[in-house]
Design a binder for this molecule. Structure first.
Ligand SMILES: O=C(O)c1ccccc1N[C@@H]1O[C@H](COP(=O)(O)O)[C@@H](O)[C@H]1O
Length: 222
């Protein structure tokens, strides 16, 4: 994972095309019914086919059982699975072994103690995604809430640990996030929307441009 940009929660051909034309490295499709970005299997199949060969296709699932993973793989044929629930290291290992797709495991970060949790998945998940821990309100999603966390916490992270950063990123703050957190990759959903679930092509293009420039200005050695 090297200086990659992921646009998540794409749900229409037009906004997916905006992400691909702007140079997104990864595009994400959400399979979580409570999300305003949820795609049904037929829509996901069509979108994934549109992106094939142009970007890595990621299916986002939350605490999925094996049947939910199997149907998502059958329909979307993703290059990667993003697990965004409370999946344990044991469960992540089992999913990798059974389905043979690389796994991006999301970890909620609110304080330094959460970074120890991230270390538990090193060598088990293929990639780690450090995201803001969701608020404890009843209607909060497990992710995709558009909330950042304190990026300076990541100064305490093992420099050898490669990770993707998400949580409240947007065109205006992604350069600062990259400068402070020094991630290997960034991921955005809410910050490139005009309202929840509605992606904005201009914001997608602005995000990718800002992230590319910030990565170029902030080389990392791992
Ligand atoms: O986007 C969603 O609806 C979503 C639902 C359930 C779990 C995760 C979700 N999104 C992921 O959350 C992070 C941060 O998103 P945001 O940029 O703060 O809106 C990102 O990885 C999304 O892929």
């Amino acid at each position: 994972m090297d200086r990659l940009i992921k646009i998540c929660g794409l749900s229409t051909p037009e906004t997916l095309d905006a992400a691909l034309a702007s140079g997104a490295d990864l595009v994400g499709f959400v399979r979580f019914a409570k999300s305003p970005r949820h795609v049904d299997l037929d829509t996901g199949r069509t979108l994934s086919h549109q992106a094939k060969g142009r970007a890595q296709r990621v299916v986002l699932l939350v605490d999925p059982d094996d049947a939910a993973i199997a149907e998502a793989i059958e329909a979307l044929d993703p290059d990667m699975l993003q697990l965004h629930g409370a999946e344990t290291p044991t469960r992540v290992a089992a999913i990798r072994a059974r389905f043979g797709r690389p796994v991006l495991k999301a970890i909620g970060v609110a304080d330094a103690g959460d970074l120890a949790t991230a270390a538990d998945y090193a060598g088990i998940a293929d990639y780690l995604l450090l995201d803001a821990k969701p608020p404890r309100t009843g209607d909060a999603l497990p992710g995709g809430n558009g909330l950042p966390f304190d990026w300076t916490l990541l100064a305490g992270l093992d420099p050898a640990l490669a990770f993707m950063l998400s949580g409240g990123l947007e065109p205006q703050n992604v350069a600062e996030a990259i400068r402070l957190a020094r991630p290997d990759a960034v991921d955005v959903s809410s910050g490139v929307e005009s309202r929840p679930g509605i992606k904005d092509p201009d914001r997608i293009e602005a995000f990718i441009r800002a992230a590319r420039a910030a990565f170029a200005a902030s080389p990392i050695e791992k």
